[in-house]
Design a protein around this ligand. Structure first.
Ligand code: SF4
Ligand code: SF4
Length: 260
């Protein structure tokens, strides 16, 4: 088994279902919106040679739990603290893989979710950037959370994803189900490709951009699923509307709950 396949197998063993390698130069050059806490891979690891991207299937809405202190509403810093379970989970799993790479192969690797992981997943051939700007995978739809693992190892990149899953989806021919599902009308209809970074979802109309606010207006509160005073489940309405990946609800969820 070559080293890339060995790392893939180890990633699966550590709780990921999807694995790929993106062409690092393309991720480095990709434009991204400001104010979302995103950086280039080389800003995280100056001598990075490869970007591994890994996906974990979300099979319970509880995996989307988040907590924030009242802050400015700006994810890139400022006074707010913000945690969410899936970032912590995927990063912890990726750190286990990084530790294994160091211990067994003497290879340096650093996990991060601060690079543009959605584009990285597309470049690694794992899915299509759908009308809702999420990575739509053929197997699990958008019901996946991603993490990048930057490494000094040179790995052969995979080919970018070549299908247009939104155009192929019969249920979205008349109207995109994700666009229709958003209660705030935040998603501009049509493909994400060709739209300037950060403009496909009108940020101020999406509930995610209001979660860190000090006094959250009732309009936003209506679609924030509270679990504690500052704890909540991230909005997944436009995610769960996607017909791809229904296998998660139909098969994986019952199995994980011990019902099948
Ligand atoms: S996350 Fe929620 S509010 Fe934001 S675009 Fe999707 S459905 Fe709309
Ligand atoms: S709901 Fe339809 S248009 Fe939206 S991402 Fe899924 S397949 Fe694409």
């Amino acid at each position: 088994m070559n080293l890339k396949e060995e790392i893939r197998a180890k990633a699966m063993e550590n709780g990921f279902q999807l694995f790929g390698v993106s062409y690092i130069k393309k991720v480095e050059d990709v434009e991204f919106p400001s104010g979302r806490g995103l950086v280039k891979p080389s800003e995280v690891m100056h001598d990075v040679k490869s970007l591994i991207v890994m996906g974990m299937v979300i099979w319970d809405e509880g995996m989307n739990a988040a907590i924030s202190t009242p802050g400015t509403g700006d994810f890139s810093g400022g006074e707010a603290e913000y945690y969410n379970l899936y970032y912590e989970t995927v990063e912890t799993r990726a750190w286990r893989l990084a530790q294994w790479l160091w211990d067994e192969k003497s290879v340096k690797a650093v996990p991060t979710h601060s690079v543009h992981v959605k584009v990285a997943a597309y470049l690694a051939g794992l899915g299509f950037i759908g009308h809702n700007t999420q990575v739509i995978t053929p197997q699990y739809g958008p019901r996946v959370r991603w993490v990048a693992l930057l490494t000094t190892l040179e790995l052969t990149p995979d080919q970018p994803f070549s299908r247009n899953l939104c155009a192929e989806q019969p249920l979205c021919q008349k109207e995109s189900l994700c666009v229709k599902a958003c209660p705030y009308g935040a998603i501009i209809p049509g493909p994400s490709q060709g739209v300037p970074p950060g403009e496909k979802v009108i940020y101020d109309k999406c509930v995610v951009s209001h979660e860190l606010e000090k006094d959250i207006n009732d309009k936003w509160e209506k679609h924030i699923r509270r679990i504690t005073e500052r704890g909540f489940m991230e909005c997944t309405i436009c995610n769960l509307a996607c017909p791809y990946g229904k296998i998660v609800e139909a098969d994986i969820v019952p199995r994980k709950r011990g019902l099948a």
